[in-house]
Design a protein around this ligand. Structure first.
Ligand code: WTA
Length: 644
C-alpha cells in the first residue's frame, strides 16, 4: 500500500460543502442521533407529499428495513417538477452520441414533457402502479425517460444492461414477471450496432406475459415486428398528452429491481424502494462530488448498472444538476474521446471505473495532453479497487494534479456510496476508499465473527441500516436473509474484505466470495460454470478469477470434457460461444484449461483455493493439499497450465 503518498485537501476545496469539521460533526450526529440527522436530511433533499411517522426501523436478522414509513412522495416530481420554477430552461440531460458530431441538450422543462408523455403511453398500454417494466436500452435519453416515467406512475423498472444476451434477458423478464419491455431497434457503441430488438424478440419467444414492447428508432434498421405487441415509441409517445399527474407512492413502495450476481445460483433481483434510496443517492451526489449549481457532471457508467441508476439519473436529477449521458465507449473514435467530450461540454466532474482508466493509461499521455481539461474540478472512480499506479496517472495526467479523486466503494445492494473520501474533508491516499459516509457504521470481522478494533484486516460488514439499503431479493426474501444477514448475525455482510490503517482509512481488498469483478462487471463464477456445463461434451467446470492488467480480473475456466470427447479448438470456440449466448460478451473466459480432473476433497467438494492459486500462477503457495482425494490431479493441472 502506498502509505507514503498522501494528498491533502487542495486550497480550491477549502470552501467545499463538507469541510473536515463538518464531516466530523455530521458523521457523529448521523450515528448518535440518526432520527434527527436523517429527518433533517430528508427535509433538505426531498419534497414530500405527506410526512413520516418514524425515520427508521430495522431488523437485520429478518432482513427488514423501513425508512420514513408513513410518508409519501413521487420520485419523478423530486427529479423534475420541483426544479421547474428555477430550472425549466437548464439542461437536465446532456446527451453525447457515439458519433462525436451528435449531441443533444434536454432541459428540465423538456424532460418533464418527455417523461409525462411516456408515462401516459404506459398507462394507455395498461401499466399501473406496482407493475414491472423491463428497460433494455442503449445509452440514449429515452432510457432515462423510461425510468422516470415508471417512477411517475409508481411502476417498478428493471433495467437490463444492453450487453446481456437474449437468454439472460429472458431470465430477468420472467423472474420479475415484466409484462412491458422498452427497447430500441439497435444500439450504437464504438461504431458497432447492437441488435437490441432482435435480442428482445428471441427473449420474448419464451415470455408469454409480455403484452407490450415499445421500440425506439435509434438506427432505423429493419426489425421484425409482432403486431399488437410491438409499438413504435416515437409515434405512440408523441400522440400522448404532456400532462401526467404523478402518483404519490409510499416511502417504502418499490422503485426498481436490478439484477446482480452472487456467489451461488442465478442473478438476484435486488429490490430498492423509493424515499430512502433517493435520499442517499441525492445526498451522496451533492457531498461526495461536491456538486455546485450549474456544473456538468459526467458518469460514464451504463444505466444498466447501479452506478448509472444512482449517478446518471436519480442522484444528479434530484439535485437539479446537469448530467451527461454518453452513448459510446472511451476509445472511440480514439483514446482522446473522454477528454474531448470534457472540453466540448465543459465537464467539471468526471466519474469512471478503474478498468477504463487502465485501458486509457496504456495508450500513453499524448491522447490526454492534446486536450485542455481546464473545466475539470474533481475526478471519481467506482466498481473495483484502483491500483495506485492507475490512481497516480489519473491524478497527475488526467487531472493535472489539481483535481481530488473520490474512490467510492459501494454495491448494487447498498444503492449509493458507502465508503468514500469527501473532497473537502479528507486527505487522499491512492487506493483507499477512505471513510464511511454519513450514517454508515462499519466493522471488520475475524473469521469467528469477532470485531477487529483499530488497525487490521477482515470481512467488511455494516452494523446498522442505511437509507438506500437493499430491501429484498425480488420474489425470494429468504435469499436476502441467507446471502447478507446470516453469515454474521446482526450485521450486513458485504462479501468484500477490507483493511483499516492506523489513520482509520479503509482499503477494500476485493471479494472474499465466488464473485468475479471483470472490468468492473460483477459475475458469479457459478453463472459461468453453468453456461459451460450446458455443453453436452463437458462433464464438469470450475471458474476462478486471475489478475488481469486491464480488466482487473480475468476469467479462468477449468473444464473437464466427457470421456472420449476431443479437446479441440472447435470445442474451445463452442464453449466461448455458450458463455456469450447464456450471459453476454462480458462472460467470455480469458483462459480455458482442459482439466482431466478437478482437485476435490474426499467429500467431493472442489477446492477452489487451489484452482485460484494455479490461475494466479502462485504455485509456491498452494497451501495444504493433504485433504485432497487425489493430490496428483494438482500436479497435472500445474504441468498443463497454459502460459499467460
Ligand atoms: C467492488 C458497483 C474497491 C466490490 C457500484 C463490491 C469496489 C462490488 C469499489 C460491487 C471500490 C465497488 N473499491 N472495490 N471503490 N466499488 N467495488 O454491485 O467488490 O456492481 O462488492 O456495484 O464492486 O459491485 P456492483
Amino acid at each position: 500500500m502506498s502509505e507514503h503518498h498522501v494528498y491533502p485537501v487542495p486550497e480550491s476545496f477549502k470552501d467545499a460543502h463538507i469541510t473536515p469539521e463538518r464531516y466530523e460533526q455530521m458523521y457523529r450526529q448521523s450515528i448518535d442521533e440518526p432520527e434527527i440527522f436523517f429527518g433533517n436530511l430528508a427535509q433538505e433533499f426531498l419534497s414530500w407529499d405527506t410526512s413520516w411517522n418514524t425515520v427508521c426501523r430495522y431488523d437485520f436478522p429478518k432482513g427488514e428495513a423501513e425508512w420514513f414509513s408513513g410518508a409519501s412522495l413521487n420520485i419523478s416530481v423530486n427529479c423534475i417538477d420541483r426544479h421547474l420554477p428555477e430550472r425549466a430552461n437548464q439542461t437536465a440531460l446532456l446527451w453525447e452520441g457515439d458519433d462525436p458530431s451528435e449531441s443533444q441538450h434536454i432541459t428540465y422543462a423538456e424532460l418533464k414533457d418527455e417523461v409525462s408523455q411516456l408515462a401516459n403511453a404506459l398507462i394507455a398500454r395498461g401499466v399501473t402502479k406496482g407493475d414491472r417494466v423491463c428497460i433494455y436500452m442503449p445509452m440514449i435519453p429515452q432510457a432515462a425517460y423510461a425510468m422516470l416515467a415508471c417512477a411517475r406512475i409508481g411502476a417498478v423498472h428493471s433495467v437490463v444492461f444492453g450487453g446481456f444476451s437474449p437468454e439472460a434477458l429472458k431470465d430477468r423478464i420472467l423472474d420479475s414477471d415484466c409484462q412491458t419491455v422498452i427497447t430500441a431497434d439497435e444500439g450504437l457503441r464504438g461504431g458497432k450496432r447492437v441488435p437490441l430488438k432482435a435480442n428482445v424478440d428471441k427473449a420474448l419467444a419464451a415470455c408469454p406475459n409480455v403484452h407490450t414492447c415499445l421500440v425506439v428508432k435509434r438506427t432505423g434498421s429493419d426489425v421484425d415486428w409482432s403486431e399488437g405487441r410491438d409499438v413504435w415509441y416515437e409515434e405512440f409517445v408523441a400522440s400522448q398528452s404532456i400532462d401526467c399527474a404523478p402518483v404519490s407512492v409510499a416511502a417504502e413502495d418499490p422503485l426498481f429491481i436490478l439484477y446482480t450476481s452472487g456467489s451461488t445460483g442465478k442473478p438476484k433481483g435486488v429490490l430498492h424502494t423509493s424515499a430512502g434510496y433517493l435520499l442517499q443517492a441525492a445526498a451522496t451526489f451533492k457531498y461526495v462530488f461536491d456538486y455546485r449549481d450549474g456544473e456538468v457532471f459526467w458518469c460514464t457508467a451504463d444505466v444498466g448498472w447501479v452506478t448509472g441508476h444512482s449517478y446518471i439519473v436519480y442522484g444528479p436529477l434530484a439535485n437539479g444538476a446537469t448530467s451527461l449521458m454518453f452513448e459510446g465507449v472511451p476509445t472511440y473514435p480514439d483514446a482522446s474521446r473522454c477528454w474531448e467530450v470534457i472540453d466540448k461540454h465543459k465537464v467539471s466532474i468526471f466519474y469512471t471505473a478503474p478498468t477504463a482508466i487502465r485501458a486509457l493509461h496504456v495508450q500513453g499521455d499524448e491522447p490526454v495532453k492534446r486536450t485542455s481539461r481546464a473545466s475539470l474540478r474533481l475526478l471519481g472512480t467506482v466498481g473495483e479497487p484502483i491500483n495506485p499506479e492507475a490512481w497516480e496517472w489519473y491524478y497527475k495526467v488526467v487531472g493535472d494534479s489539481r483535481c481530488p479523486i473520490v474512490d467510492t466503494w459501494w454495491q448494487t445492494e447498498t444503492g449509493a456510496h458507502m465508503i468514500t473520501p469527501l473532497p473537502g474533508a479528507h486527505a487522499l491516499k491512492p487506493g483507499s476508499a477512505s471513510f464511511p459516509f454519513f450514517g454508515v457504521e462499519l466493522a471488520l470481522l475475524n473469521e469467528d465473527g469477532s470485531e477487529i478494533e483499530g488497525e487490521g484486516a477482515g470481512y467488511l460488514v455494516v452494523k446498522r441500516s442505511w437509507p438506500s439499503q437493499i430491501r429484498s431479493v425480488y420474489g425470494d426474501h429468504q435469499r436476502l436473509i441467507d446471502t447478507y444477514f446470516s453469515t454474521y448475525k446482526g450485521y450486513y455482510f458485504t462479501g468484500d474484505g477490507a483493511m483499516r490503517d492506523a489513520d482509520g482509512y479503509y482499503w477494500i481488498t476485493g471479494r472474499v466470495d465466488d464473485v468475479l469483478n471483470v472490468s468492473g462487471h460483477r459475475m458469479g463464477t457459478a453463472e459461468v460454470e453453468s453456461a459451460l456445463v450446458l455443453h453436452e461434451g463437458i462433464a464438469e467446470a470450475a471458474v476462478v478469477g486471475f489478475p488481469h492488467d486491464i480488466k482487473g480480473q480475468g476469467i479462468y475456466a477449468y473444464v473437464t470434457p466427457m470421456a472420449g470427447v476431443e479437446k479441440s479448438d472447435a470445442l474451445f470456440k463452442e464453449l466461448i460461444d455458450l458463455c456469450v449466448a447464456e450471459i453476454g460478451p462480458i462472460a467470455k473466459p480469458d483462459i480455458i484449461q482442459w482439466a482431466p480432473a478437478l482437485p476435490k476433497t474426499r467429500s467431493g467438494k472442489i477446492m477452489r483455493r487451489i484452482l485460484r492459486k494455479i490461475a494466479e500462477n502462485e504455485l509456491d503457495s498452494l497451501g495444504d493439499t493433504s485433504t485432497l482425494a487425489d493430490p496428483s490431479v494438482v500436479e497435472n493441472l500445474i504441468q498443463e497450465r497454459p502460459q499467460t
